[in-house]
Design a protein around this ligand. Structure first.
Ligand SMILES: Cc1cc2nc3c(=O)[nH]c(=O)nc-3n(C[C@H](O)[C@H](O)[C@H](O)COP(=O)(O)OP(=O)(O)OC[C@H]3O[C@@H](n4cnc5c(N)ncnc54)[C@H](O)[C@@H]3O)c2cc1C
Length: 571
């Protein structure tokens, strides 16, 4: 078994991981970055609609702060939201100076479009390929700093010793061998987990591995019940029709050809926050006003925008709708349905991106998290579109700085502490899969989990559905311990990787179900049919879920209110 040592180990090379690495390299840290795919294939590349920053006339960070907290249904930690909104203009301008080709106004300034839940048009964009531009530009900058990148390396487990993190055990997919990576600081930047649901916008790689790395190490996961369903997924496919479409003026129509959002959000209409729109669509369908022969979707209408505007502002939407549905949205209505898109919950951190372990925000030394895998929480119960790309670069940068500080102050992990039991455990997990002769195939198990989650832990939830999900989850958990991997080759074995990912999906899904069952209120993306109102008295708090044998233990953490007291939401 080989061992490699770095000052800092970054797990994940999306925008958050890359931004952190640039910062740490600037401080002369020895940085190793591992990623299960080539860095520019990370899901950040798929982001479309844009990134928020209060840089326009008549806008300021305070308005951005208020919109974000309001959008979060008051569950966001306001100290973290302040940092996000105050730092946004500098980070976006930095990206511009690095070479991101933002779309422009007639005056030559960065163009901004309105996104859901905004009081001012605040979303900076590069056509509808913003993530692509941001990730490739950041990668250029990263390469200039010469970090060590381990592409096609898969993190199997965290090395935690004496209550601190000292590295990770990693599977080298090309060579088919286990490597022990030691570091004084480790960053989880592994992205989201849409693949726990059957209908999702997320890439196949979005399997929430980082969540299970933390959960299996005995660390808590925060606010896992808050899963964002994006209102406009392509019907039957799940692919995203970006909010850029509604930002540019698209309508939502039911089978009666009504713009039904007037009933749910009379002021903001199609630009209400995502939780409100996703619920509205599901209500229309439940009341028999869905479209198509099955009455199980609604329409998005972009036709009135005209071909010229569609080609200029949302060309990717037109292209993907054509590729996936064989339709031309210039002339035809797009059938849509809410689709699992983003995880507000994740590995809990403080504003310094240090992973925390209890209700008093005590850190777990050496371990950091940034980007979608983390829960700061800047999005609370519902994220506003355009705030996630922003979070990756604001807090990715902070993570790089804080890890460098930590490394300068702590040198202990570079020593010769014996980590062999961590390696042996990881080795046993891989060997068990590679020598399996029977058991469920990973794609079968994954599909079962995805359907279970979609049916019972989707836009609307209830005690009955969640309890039955909890029972069914137990069976899936047993099956996941003995997955049958047919391909026995050690090198580039995707059957093995899919099995490991599937085990991770099953593992952290337990925390989503348990946190959702316990939270007897409706807030943001967590809508309970049996508890339709928000209940601040009882539930203005963050859920924390910890693995406890076969079960989950929940505890709660106060929400940080810093300037904006909760009020009822109306759009
Ligand atoms: C289709 C789509 C469109 C979106 N559009 C927008 C938008 O317009 N605006 C916005 O603000 N947000 C948008 N989002 C959300 C936003 O893009 C993501 O939240 C954000 O980019 C996540 O970045 P990240 O760096 O945290 O993770 P990612 O970019 O997902 O990167 C994760 C990294 O972790 C690595 N990794 C994962 N597991 C392992 C493992 N076990 N071992 C090794 N490496 C591992 C992966 O290889 C990858 O490099 C969109 C999301 C989707 C899916």
């Amino acid at each position: 078994m080989s061992t490699l040592t770095h000052d800092i180990l970054i797990i994940g090379a999306g925008l958050a991981g890359q931004r952190a690495a640039i910062e740490a390299r600037k401080q002369n840290m020895d940085v190793g970055i591992i990623s299960k795919v080539h860095p520019v294939r990370s899901h950040s590349v798929a982001a479309a609609g844009g990134i928020n920053a209060a840089i326009g006339e008549g806008d300021d960070w305070k308005a951005h702060f208020r919109d974000t907290v309001y959008g979060s249904d008051f569950l966001a930690d306001q100290d973290a939201v302040k940092i996000l909104c105050q730092d946004a203009p500098s980070r976006v301008k930095e990206m511009e100076s690095w070479g991101v080709v933002f779309s422009r106004t007639n005056k030559g300034e960065i163009a901004q479009r309105p996104f859901g839940g905004q009081s001012v048009a605040r979303t900076c964009y590069a056509s509808d390929r913003t993530g692509h531009m941001l990730l490739h530009t950041t990668y250029d900058q990263l390469m200039k700093t010469r970090p060590t990148i381990y592409s096609e390396h898969y993190a199997l487990s965290l090395i935690t010793e004496n209550n601190h993190c000292a590295g990770a055990v990693v599977w080298d997919m090309e060579k088919g061998k286990i490597i022990s990576m030691r570091a004084n600081a480790v960053l989880l930047a592994t992205g989201g987990y849409g693949r726990a649901f059957s209908v999702t916008t997320n890439a196949r790689i979005c399997t929430g591995d980082g969540l299970s790395l933390a959960y299996n190490a005995g660390l808590p996961l925060e606010d896992m019940e808050f899963v964002q369903f994006h209102p406009s997924g392509m019907y039957g496919k799940g692919f995203l029709v970006s909010e850029a479409s509604r930002g540019e003026g698209a309508y939502l129509l039911n089978s009666k050809n009504e713009r039904f959002m007037k009933k749910y959000a009379p002021q903001k209409m199609e630009l209400a926050s995502r939780d409100i729109i996703a619920r509205a669509i599901m209500s229309e369908i439940a009341h028999g006003r869905g479209c198509g022969s099955q009455k199980d979707h609604v329409y998005l209408d972009v036709r009135h925008l005209g071909e010229k505007k569609i080609i200029e502002r949302i060309p990717e939407i037109r292209k993907t709708v054509h590729e996936q549905l064989g339709m031309d949205c210039v002339k035809e209505l797009i059938p849509i349905i809410p689709t699992a898109h983003y995880s507000m919950g994740g590995v809990p951190t403080n504003v310094h991106t240090q992973v925390i372990v209890d209700a008093h925000n005590n850190p777990f030394p050496g371990l950091y998290a940034a980007g979608e895998v983390s829960c700061l929480s800047v999005h609370g119960a519902n994220r506003l579109g355009g705030n996630s790309l922003l979070e990756t670069i604001v807090f990715g940068r902070i993570a790089g700085q804080k890890m460098a500080e930590h490394v300068r102050e702590n040198t202990r992990n570079k020593g010769s502490v014996d980590f062999s039991h961590h390696e042996e455990k990881a080795r046993a997990r891989v060997d068990e899969l590679l020598t399996s002769v029977k058991g469920t195939k990973s794609h079968v198990l994954r599909t079962k989990l995805q359907q279970l989650m979609m049916e019972n832990v989707g836009v609307y939830r209830s005690k009955t559905g969640l309890t039955s999900a909890q029972r069914a989850w137990k069976k899936l958990s047993t099956e996941s311990k003995a997955i049958h991997v047919e391909d026995k080759s050690p090198t580039f074995n995707m059957d093995l990787i899919h099995a490991l990912e599937c085990q991770n999906l099953v593992t952290f899904s337990q925390s989503i179900i348990a946190s959702a069952l316990a939270r007897t209120e409706t807030r943001g993306s967590h809508a309970r049919t049996d508890y339709p109102a928000r209940n601040d008295q009882k539930w203005l708090k963050h859920s924390m879920a910890v693995q406890h044998g076969e079960n989950v233990q929940l505890f709660y953490k106060p929400v940080i209110i810093a300037g904006y007291a909760p009020e009822a939401r109306h759009y």
